[in-house]
Structures are given as structure tokens and as C-alpha cells.
Design a protein around this ligand. Sequence first.
Ligand SMILES: Cc1cc2nc3c(=O)[nH]c(=O)nc-3n(C[C@H](O)[C@H](O)[C@H](O)COP(=O)(O)OP(=O)(O)OC[C@H]3O[C@@H](n4cnc5c(N)ncnc54)[C@H](O)[C@@H]3O)c2cc1C
Ligand code: SF4
Length: 445
Amino acid sequence: MNAESSAAANAKYAWRDLVLKGLPKRSPQERVSDFLEIYGLYTEEMAREQASRCIQCPNPSCVIGCPLCNPIPEWMRLTAEGRFLEAAAVLGSASSMADICARLCPQERLCEETCILSAISEPVSIRAIEQFLMEYSAVHGHADTATAPPNGLKVAVVGSGPAGLACADELAKRGYSITIFDSSLVPGGLLVDGMPTFKVDQSIVERRIEILKARGVKFKLGVTLGTDMSLADLRHDFDAVFLGMGGVASALIGRSFVSPRPVDPGPLQTIPEIGPRVHHGARTLAAPKAAAPAPLPPVKRLAAARPVRDGAAAMATASTAASLFADAARARHDGDLRRAVSLFSALRSTFPDSDQARVSSISLGDLLLRLGEPARALRAFDAYLSDVRTGPLREEALFGRARCLRELGDSAAEAETWARLVRDFPGSAYGPAARKRLDELRSAR
Ligand SMILES: Cc1cc2nc3c(=O)[nH]c(=O)nc-3n(C[C@H](O)[C@H](O)[C@H](O)COP(=O)(O)OP(=O)(O)OC[C@H]3O[C@@H](n4cnc5c(N)ncnc54)[C@H](O)[C@@H]3O)c2cc1C
Ligand code: SF4
């Protein structure tokens, strides 16, 4: 810290002189070529300077805005003083997953929105400092894995998503013996199954799980409640059971007990993994062990598809589709046509409603034609033509379609397609070739 900013750090009104600095953000050009996290970290100097903007309110409204009532001013003061490990310890005492919350919490609608400075200036950058502290303590400190002496009570936690992990962590700290069960082979729930790695890298979740293991938490993975064990089994073997099988699934499970009709997962079916899980979960609790529900579909690594219109999932979906598209385009540019085909196909099946998926149909058709697969290419061009009713790319799709039909020897459909191209796009650059081919086809009849 230089002398000027050091002086500012000690001043009560530092916020007047120090502007809010956001986290360094990687450029879209860089981000589109990988799946790494979007934001970088504050340096030590930036963290101290930005923390010194906090005016240490006597009744801090940021704490009220935080669902965990995190004692934010306390760790802001320690950070401004450069006491990073102490600050991280205070932060960690209030939040079981501060490193994950720093990446996923909507702070701009919680603590940062309620920060008193929001009303007169820019809020304290709580999220950025939280992330800095957790990464600093991961590198320079020792993970807090302390627990109270064992109290002799055993708890089964079903589900290793954030709900299950947080519950397990809090109880393990208090001396309970915890076993987490999950049907997935990889713990973390949607943090690893649904969330793209550019929001939270998987290594961050793994790091958190290692801390739980060091606290003595046991993981039994690939074990499904309702198939491999019943709730009665767990109640028999444990003093308490916590069900953390997915937020909405749990709500629907509750409704399924009071509703005589089948429970409709509704909008959740927009996320391929969740719809079946909800059905699965809704049948699970009442099911005796013998009546095994259908197996879960394989979990997808990528973020969810289909029309999720707003919120975090929509953002994640759009960004993942963009990265996948860039990956496919790169493979095509590098001449790796098979890989390009498989990436464009994955994009179309995983994100069918994205703009990239529509454009992919044309690229896919071209590539398949080059690879000598006109029947598959035709399906790709037709998919575009039925998805997009207007616009210049239809010209490309019609041209591709006609070439496929020529390869397939379907001269009637080919002639009809050339004629459509000439009619719909009178000034088309393909016009002369289309008319010439139409003449050939007519004279061959
Ligand atoms: C693309 C995407 C982006 C998101 N972005 C954000 C964000 O930025 N911020 C945010 O706060 N939230 C975000 N979310 C939402 C967040 O992921 C969820 O709210 C959170 O994961 C719910 O946690 P959970 O522990 O309740 O359930 P889950 O994470 O769904 O975990 C449930 C676990 O239970 C297991 N399970 C289910 N049934 C059984 C059974 N019968 N037996 C054994 N195990 C079972 C599952 O395998 C799973 O591991 C996002 C979600 C998605 C999909
Ligand atoms: S409301 Fe803002 S300024 Fe006040 S204590 Fe909280 S973070 Fe600091």
C-alpha cells in the first residue's frame, strides 16, 4: 500500500476519495475460448484499499441484507488493516461455504444493495473482498477442520448439494457423526452437475469437500434413497435424517404427500436433469425399499438447456452455449471436422433454443456434406429451415439442401429447392448456378 492509500485506509471517509473497483474481468475473446472462471482476484493492496471504504456502521445494514447475518464490518476492518487470515476466520465462522457464496450469491441484491454507501455512492465491494479472503486463506492459511468432541449422535444427510454440505459441516463442527448419501458418484449436487465451471470451478467444490472429510464427514456415493435404502432404514440406523435432495424436489415431495394427483414438475422440466429427479424424488419417500423407482438419467456436465429465460441459469446457459459454439468453430477452422461435427451436434441437442444452435445447423450441414454424409446433412439444413422462417441464412440453408438432394439423387426435390432459392432470394449470388442447374434438371426429364 502506498502512503496515500494507507492514509486513506485509516480515514473514516475514505469512501469519498476511493472509488469502487470491481474484480478484474477476463475479456469475452479470452473467455469464449475456455470454461475458466470469469473474474480474477483483488491484489492484497486492492483488498485493503477497498475494505477501507467501509465506514463501520454501528447498525450495519449490510448484515441485515445478508441471509446469514455475516458480521461484514468486522472482517472489513481486519482486511483494511491487512490482517487477512483473521478476517477470513471471522468470515468462515459465519458461512460454511464462503468461497462458493463469494462466487454464486447475488450480493448486488443482498448485502451490497443494503450497504449504506449504496444510497450515496457505490457500495463496499463485499463479494470481491470475500472471494479474496477465501483464496488468500486457502494459499496462506490452514483450513479450519476443528470439531467439538463427539457427542455420540449420528446423522444421515441425503444429498451432497449445497444444502447437504452446509448441514453436514455445521453438525460435524458440533460433534455429530455425519454420513452423506448421494445417488451421484460425484458430490456437490448442482454445484458440479449443473453449474458451469466458469461460475464456480470444480476445484473449489472439491476443496470444500476435502475440508468436510477432514472434519470426519463420511461420503457414501452412488447410493439412492428409495432404491438402495429406505427412509425407514436410515431412521433405524441414525438418530436423525436430513433430506437435501434438491430444493424444488423437496417441495414437490411435500406436495406429493398431500396431493392425490401426480405432481407436475412444471417449469423444472426445462432443465433436463431436474424433471426426472423431481418425479424420482416425489416417489421416493413413500416407496418401500422393494419398489425401486426408475434409475436416474445420466447426469450432464453442462449447464441446463431449453427456455430458462432469466436468472443465473439463463446466464450460465447462454455463456456455455457461446463457449461451445466457439469451440466448435475452432475445430472446424483447424480442420478437425469430426470433432466440429460432434461439438455442433452437442450444442444443438443441449441448447436447442439458443441462437448458436440454430446457426450450428447450417455449419453442421456443410461439414456433413464435406464428410460425405448427405442424408445427415439434409436433416441439419431442414432443421434450420423449419426453425427459422425468415432471414438471410435461409439462403445458405436452401443452397445446402439442394446440394444434399443432388448427392442423394432426388432430382424432383432438388429442383423444387433450387426454384425456392431463386424465388425467395432474387438477388442471390447462388442465382446463376441455381438457374443453370434447374435447366439441366428440366432438360434431363
Ligand atoms: C446452471 C445453473 C446456474 C445456477 N446458478 C446459481 C447462482 O449463481 N447462484 C445460486 O445461488 N444458485 C444458482 N443455481 C441454483 C443452485 O445450484 C441450487 O439452488 C442449489 O444447488 C440447490 O442446492 P440443494 O443442495 O438443495 O440441491 P442440489 O444441488 O440439487 O443437490 C441435491 C443432491 O441430492 C441428490 N439426490 C437427489 N435425490 C436423491 C436420492 N433419492 N438419493 C440420494 N441422493 C439424491 C442429488 O444427486 C444431488 O447431488 C444455479 C443452478 C443451475 C442449474
Ligand atoms: S453497510 Fe456498508 S459501510 Fe456500513 S458496515 Fe456494512 S459494508 Fe460497511
